[in-house]
Design a binder for this molecule. Structure first.
Ligand SMILES: CC(C)(COP(=O)(O)OP(=O)(O)OC[C@H]1O[C@@H](n2cnc3c(N)ncnc32)[C@H](O)[C@@H]1OP(=O)(O)O)[C@@H](O)C(=O)NCCC(=O)NCCS
Length: 333
C-alpha cells in the first residue's frame, strides 16, 4: 500500500493516543483540536498525525505532530511537514511551530528546514499543571521555529517566484502581444485589469511561478507545474504537466530551457514526481525546441484536440520526461 495523507474532519479524538505523544495535557489539546485542521498519514495503518491552525498574517502553525513510536526515524514526520508545506503554499507565507527546547524535537524541525524565530519565556511553567521532562531536560520556554512557504527557485540568470498583484503591468506588457498567447492556446490580454484577474485566478496554482530576471526581479514570463486535478494529461499525484510562456523581447536567449530545467529538478527532487508531461500545438516550433533542449521524449500526436480558451481545435503533440530520463539528462546548450 502506498503512503496516503488525508484530512480528518470528524472524530478527531479517535487519535488521542497520537496527539498525547506530542502534547501531554488534554485541556491544552482541547484549545486547538476543534478549530485546527487535522491530517493523518497512513502506510499500512495509521503512522502519524498533524494538526494545523491559521494564526493570521499568513502564518500557519503546527499545533501537534506525532508519528507512532515504532516508526520514528522512517521519514513519516518529514512527509507530514512536506505535505503541509505543499498544501498551504498558495495560501500562507510562513509555517510555524512551537516546541520545548528538547533534543527530541528541535533537531527534527531543523532537519525539515525550520529555523529558530522567537521564544516565549516560561510557557511550560505557566500553561501546564505539571513539570514536563524530555530526555531528562525540563521544558521551560516555548521555542518557536519558522519555515518560509513561499519557495522561490533560482537559476544562473533567473528567479522563479510566486506571482503577486504588482506584476499586473509587466504581465500585460507581454501577454498583450499577439505572438505570445494565441500560439500557446490563450487570448491576448486586453487591459491591465484582465492581467490582474489572471494573476489572482489563473496563476494561483500551487506550482505556478513568475519567471523573473535576477537583475530587476520583474516578471517576464510564466512557468507552471499543473498538478493532478488541474491537467488532463494525468490522473496521478506523482505526475504533472509543465506549461510555460515567455515575453517576446526575451526569446532566443535560452531563458525558458533554463527555467524549465530548474522546475523539472524541483518536480523530481522536491515534489517527488515520477513523470512530467508537456505539450505544444502544431506550428509552435519554439516551444517544441524548448522541450527537445530539456530532454523531453516525444510520445504522440492527436488531431482535433480542443483548445478550450480559444474555442477551436488543433493538432497537439505530447512529450514526456520520466524521473529516470531526467537523472540521465545532460543540458544541451
Ligand atoms: C518529532 C517526530 C514527529 C519526528 O517524526 P519522525 O517520523 O521520527 O521524523 P523523520 O523520520 O521524518 O525525521 C526527519 C529527519 O529528522 C531527524 N530527526 C528526527 N528526530 C530526531 C532527533 N530526535 N534528533 C536528531 N534528528 C532527528 C531524522 O533523523 C531525519 O533526518 P534525515 O532526513 O537526515 O534522516 C516524532 O519523533 C514524534 O512523534 N515524537 C513524539 C511527538 C513529538 O514530540 N512531537 C513534536 C511536538 S513539538
Amino acid at each position: 500500500m502506498s503512503i496516503k495523507i488525508h484530512e480528518v474532519k470528524d472524530n478527531k479524538r479517535d487519535y488521542m493516543g497520537l496527539l498525547f505523544l506530542a502534547d501531554e495535557q488534554e485541556d491544552m489539546i482541547d484549545k486547538y483540536l476543534d478549530k485546527g485542521t487535522m491530517y493523518v498519514l497512513e502506510d499500512d495503518g495509521i503512522k502519524g498525525e498533524c494538526v494545523v491552525t491559521d494564526e493570521g498574517d499568513g502564518v500557519l502553525e503546527i499545533k501537534n505532530i506525532a508519528t507512532v513510536p515504532e516508526a520514528h526515524g522512517k521519514g513519516y514526520g518529514r512527509q507530514l511537514i512536506d505535505f503541509i508545506s505543499r498544501e498551504y503554499r498558495g495560501s500562507f507565507s510562513t509555517l510555524q511551530v512551537g516546541t520545548g527546547d528538547s533534543p527530541l524535537t528541535i533537531p527534527f524541525y531543523e532537519k525539515c528546514g525550520f529555523v529558530r524565530h522567537h521564544v516565549i519565556k516560561d510557557f511550560f511553567l505557566e500553561n501546564y499543571d505539571h513539570p514536563i521532562f524530555e530526555e531528562g531536560v525540563q521544558l521551560i520556554d516555548m521555542i518557536y521555529l519558522r519555515k518560509d512557504l513561499q519557495v522561490s527557485l533560482e537559476t544562473e540568470r533567473l528567479i522563479l517566484r510566486r506571482w503577486n498583484e504588482d506584476d499586473a503591468e509587466d504581465l500585460f506588457r507581454y501577454a498583450s502581444d499577439p505572438d505570445v498567447g494565441p500560439i500557446a492556446g490563450w487570448h491576448v490580454h486586453k487591459n491591465i485589469e484582465e492581467s490582474l484577474d489572471v494573476i489572482k485566478n489563473v496563476f494561483n496554482g500551487k506550482e505556478a511561478y513568475a519567471v523573473c530576471l535576477k537583475e530587476d526581479g520583474k516578471a517576464i514570463g510564466a512557468i507552471e507545474l499543473k498538478l493532478n486535478g488541474h491537467t488532463d494529461m494525468t490522473e496521478r499525484d506523482d505526475e504533472c504537466e509543465l506549461g510555460y510562456w515567455l515575453g517576446k523581447p526575451f526569446w532566443g536567449q535560452g531563458i525558458m530551457p533554463e527555467a524549465a530545467m530548474e522546475i523539472l529538478r524541483h518536480a523530481f527532487e522536491d515534489l517527488g514526481m515520477n513523470k512530467v508531461w508537456v505539450g505544444y500545438y502544431e506550428g509552435n516550433t519554439k516551444s517544441k525546441r524548448v522541450q527537445e533542449k530539456c530532454g523531453f521524449k516525444y510520445q504522440w500526436r492527436t488531431e482535433n484536440v480542443d483548445v478550450p480558451l480559444m474555442n477551436e481545435k488543433r493538432t497537439g503533440y505530447v512529450s514526456l520526461m520520466t524521473k529516470e530520463d531526467w537523472i540521465k539528462t545532460d543540458y544541451e546548450d
